[in-house]
Design a protein around this ligand. Structure first.
Ligand code: ATP
Length: 261
């Protein structure tokens, strides 16, 4: 097993506020992690460090085989798949779905003057089919439903065969049908042996795809609990992390959490 992410005593301080506080955490290539935690806990900030989008204020962040601060992030980023709503806002609404996915090969969001090889087109078409988007290839990104847009973002993130895949709330704002379809596709992707290490931030345990192996509960920028998913997503630990009484159940790799009252 090779680690794809290794954080050692990582802190992020912004405008005098400590957002991540001395975090030490390792993700191996065979692991699929979910990160949960209250609003403002630092989940998105943690993902931004993992995506080489921000540097820690202190500590060491090793991503793949490189250490932030000692590597050209423009060479590192194409090896990282990252999907978030902030990133989606940068995708031009007028771009076709095929181009949105294919431009990942050049780490750009709008088609300009790049010349694409046949191999890029074929790969993009294959990825679109895998994420059930082939019939939408020529549609404008801005004309898609939220659920379709989320799938396009993930298809774009996996287009370059990343060595680590980071997903920030991929199921947020989806209706029940679109959410279940996405979770099914993500579960299939995550369970493939050749899939990269995966880290997904979510607000709801119901959104964790089957096959995810580990969970991290983040509270006030620090690790409240981290480890194998069955040991972390317990009533006791979720109650402690969220500060409200919760009961948890799981069935066939899917979780639910609710108040017992
Ligand atoms: N530039 C900044 N200066 C000060 N505080 C900041 C700055 N940027 C973010 N924060 C704070 O850092 C904290 C963590 O933000 P982050 O978005 O990482 O949390 P999160 O766990 O993803 O939250 P949510 O669940 O609401 O999406 C928040 O309290 C936020 O207000």
């Amino acid at each position: 097993m090779a680690s794809v992410l290794q954080l050692t005593d990582v802190s992020v301080v912004r405008d005098g506020t400590t957002i991540l506080d001395n975090l030490t955490w390792t993700v191996d290539s065979s692991e699929r992690w979910v990160i949960l935690g209250p609003n403002g806990a630092g989940k998105t900030t943690l993902l931004q460090v993992a995506a080489a989008l921000i540097h820690p204020s202190s500590g060491k962040a090793q991503i793949l085989d490189d250490t932030l601060g000692r590597v050209d992030v423009f060479e590192l980023r194409p090896r990282i798949g990252f999907a978030s709503s902030a990133m989606a806002k940068r995708i031009p609404a007028s771009e076709t779905v095929l181009n949105v996915v294919m431009t990942a090969a050049w780490s750009v969001t709008g088609r300009w003057n790049e010349s694409y090889e046949d191999i890029d087109v074929r790969r993009a078409e294959r990825v679109l089919a895998e994420w059930k988007l082939d019939s939408l290839a020529e549609r404008r990104f801005g004309s898609l439903s939220d659920g379709e847009q989320k799938r396009v973002q993930i298809a774009r993130a996996v287009m370059t065969d990343p060595e680590i895949l980071l997903l920030d709330e991929p199921a947020a704002s989806l209706d029940l049908g679109a959410r279940e379809e996405l979770i099914h596709l993500l579960g299939g992707y995550a369970s493939a042996e050749e899939a990269p290490g995966i880290v997904m931030v979510t607000h709801h345990v119901e959104e964790i795809p089957p096959g995810f192996t580990h969970a991290l509960l983040l509270v006030h920028g620090g690790i409240y609990a981290a480890g194998p998913i069955g040991e972390v997503l317990t009533a006791e630990k979720l109650t402690g992390a969220f500060g409200v009484e919760l009961e948890v159940s799981s069935d066939n790799g899917r979780f639910t959490a609710r108040s017992p009252h």
